[in-house]
Design a protein around this ligand. Structure first.
Ligand SMILES: Nc1ncnc2c1ncn2[C@@H]1O[C@H](COP(=O)(O)OP(=O)(O)OP(=O)(O)O)[C@@H](O)[C@H]1O
Length: 594
């Protein structure tokens, strides 16, 4: 099996796993199966207590005080007042189960209902629920439970009820945050528009999506409730008539030197129950939340078919992309290639236009070269060689010396790529210093010179401005200045003129053309606009649905487009409408076609 086939098989397995129902996936997890089985066995022992014991839980026989393990009728021995430890242990299971049920149940009911309401409805409702839960959180939990003993009459069920209320802010916050994240999803909007009531939307769409974290929290809260009930009983808080692990441990503790096993049984049982609940919660989390595809980061663990990273690039190409595949997993977990078998080549100093309609995979190809694909992206196949060096498989640290120095990038939205909190100059100086290792003073001089070179009339003023104080065209010039500061060998420009008005577009293209000639750098120009391509590119690659459908010299493609899609794109820019709305570009295009 080739490495890439292995990767695809692994992806396929992950996708199949994601489609399997939760309970089936849980059954395949040994941790979930073992812990759930232990809890079921213990729970059944508690339920069958009348059939498994001969004594009552508080029935004392003074002749049996501290009877050893294996005494007839007392399989685990008797305690300090002659009560059957086995019987008390099984009854304690029921106490623990009821504690978990009440404590976790109350917390869930209050927390989930309030979380749904607080997260889904307007700010006034949220502010009220928030205030209430903040108030609850100010109560000192355990202390309050002890202080309220006279009110609860020592009945652990009331104590657990109060404990449930005290636990509820935790679950409220989880649910509220999840609901805030989900409520603006398009499918919730769609349900609202289709006329579904809030109750139905909350119970059907919202609750369903957030069920995973709620189930997990329930497992952890059950463990907490049992632990707190036992702790209180250990301290002697509550009715002495109720058999519980805490009361048994306390009694065993007093007799530790006389009969150590009295301490062992309840401690062991309590430990096994709480540990099983926590481990089951972890297994549930892994199954419910881990079902999402695990992202493979670019540069980490990608494998390429049959390439040897020491082989130089073919035909003296600066950038050579061969059979590149980039995929994302769809809703079912199945990977879908958005870049599929793309091959491109750029010689030093050449300008290649990567053209295609929106969503055709141009930016994904550019991001793959830069090694900045989002974490959920998968490189399924292929190779990207820069100056003979394989880039696919490089870690982020290995990519960093190349990015910004050898390969520079100009983004589509100049404004959103400048940090509004810092002055333009300081952002540029920072980039230039890190790329070229210059002192601040040298970097500043270089930046000012570059700003002037990039057509900015008053460089010092722009240097001292915040991004909101400059225009879109200026911001793009600023970013171009930053990109070419290190004299890169390859400049990737992703729709560098799209966000600008027509006259500024032409100026920016002029600037790029001049800088390219001056610095001799290669440019990969990502655009959907054939007019831009005609203006500046030597070669063109046309992309459709993630595939390069046609490539060749600009002259050839404009003169004799072979592929139907290329003909369509060309026809579109020459249509009457686009000529009317985009006169300078149409003129340029016509010019270059002549
Ligand atoms: N994070 C992501 N998860 C899933 N699919 C994605 C993700 N990012 C991009 N895509 C998909 O990849 C495909 C190609 O996107 P890409 O951004 O490369 O298109 P493009 O040709 O550059 O278009 P545009 O000019 O609109 O940016 C699109 O169908 C897009 O939906």
């Amino acid at each position: 099996m080739t490495p890439s086939t292995e990767l695809l098989v692994a992806i396929e397995h992950a996708a199949t796993a994601a489609r399997t129902p939760t309970w089936k996936r849980l059954l395949k997890d040994p941790q979930a199966v073992i812990t759930a089985s232990i809890l079921i066995v213990i729970f059944v022992l508690g339920v069958l207590v009348p059939f498994l014991t001969v004594h009552g839980p508080n029935e004392a026989d003074l002749s049996m005080i501290n009877a050893p393990v294996g005494t007839p009728g007392y399989p685990l021995g008797a305690d300090e007042v002659g009560r059957d430890i086995w019987t008390r242990l099984l009854h304690s299971i029921n106490t623990a189960a009821i504690s978990a049920l009440i404590g976790a149940g109350v917390a869930l009911v209050i927390g989930v209902v309030a979380g749904l309401i607080g997260g889904y409805f307007g700010t006034a409702t949220r502010a009220t629920t928030e205030w209430l839960f903040n108030l609850i959180m100010t109560f000192p939990g355990i202390l309050l439970l002890i202080i309220l003993m006279p009110v609860t009459g020592g009945d652990y069920r009331f104590t657990m009820l109060i404990f449930g209320v005290l636990l509820s802010p935790g679950i409220y916050r989880i649910v509220r945050n999840l609901v805030v994240g989900v409520k603006n999803e398009l499918y919730v909007d769609a349900a609202r528009v289709s006329g579904l009531g809030n109750l139905r939307i909350l119970s059907k769409h919202v609750l369903f999506v957030i069920r995973g974290p709620i189930i997990i929290a329930a497992a952890f809260m059950s463990g907490s409730a049992i632990a707190v009930q036992s702790g209180l009983a250990f301290l002697g808080v509550g009715s002495l008539q109720i058999p519980s692990f805490g009361a048994m441990i306390s009694s065993g503790f007093r007799n530790l030197y006389i009969a150590p096993t009295q301490f062992l049984w309840p401690s062991l049982m309590l430990g096994v129950i709480t540990a099983s609940l926590v481990l089951l919660g972890n297994a549930l989390r892994d199954t419910l939340e881990g079902a999402k595809p695990k992202p493979i980061k670019v540069g980490i663990g990608q494998r390429v078919i049959g390439n040897d990273s020491t082989t130089p690039a073919q035909h003296g190409a600066l950038l050579e992309i061969t059979d590149l595949g980039v995929a994302y997993r769809g809703p079912g977990g199945r990977p879908r290639e958005v870049v599929s078998g793309v091959s491109l080549s750029i010689a030093p100093g050449q300008v290649l236009g990567l053209v295609g309609e929106s969503g055709s995979g141009k930016t994904q190809t550019a991001f793959a070269i830069l090694g900045v694909l989002p974490p959920e992206a998968l490189i399924t196949r292929g190779s990207i060689r820069f100056d003979g060096r394989e880039l696919v498989g490089l870690t982020d640290t290995q990519m960093r010396p190349l990015r910004g120095k050898e390969i520079a990038y100009i983004p589509q939205e100049p404004m959103s790529n400048l940090d509004p909190s810092f002055r333009v100059g300081s952002q540029l100086v920072e980039g230039v210093r890190s790329a070229l290792g210059l002192s601040t003073k040298e970097a500043k001089q270089r930046v000012l010179a570059l700003l002037a070179r990039c057509g900015i009339a008053d460089p010092q003023r722009t240097f001292d401005s915040y991004p909101h104080q400059i225009s879109g065209g200026m911001a793009q010039r600023v970013l171009i200045a930053g990109a070419v500061a290190s004299r890169p060998r390859l400049l990737i420009a992703d729709e560098p003129t799209t966000a600008l008005d027509v006259t500024v577009q032409a100026e920016i293209l002029d600037l790029l053309r001049d800088l390219q000639a001056e610095l001799g750098m290669a440019i990969l120009l990502v655009t959907h606009n054939f007019g831009v391509v005609a203006d500046i590119c030597d070669h063109i690659a046309v992309m459709q649905d993630g595939v390069v459908v046609e490539s060749g010299s600009t002259h050839e493609i404009f003169r004799n487009p072979q592929h139907e899609y290329t003909q369509l794109l060309l026809a579109a820019i020459l249509s009457e409408d686009s000529v009317r709305t985009d006169p300078s570009i149409a003129a340029t295009t016509e010019g270059s076609m002549r």
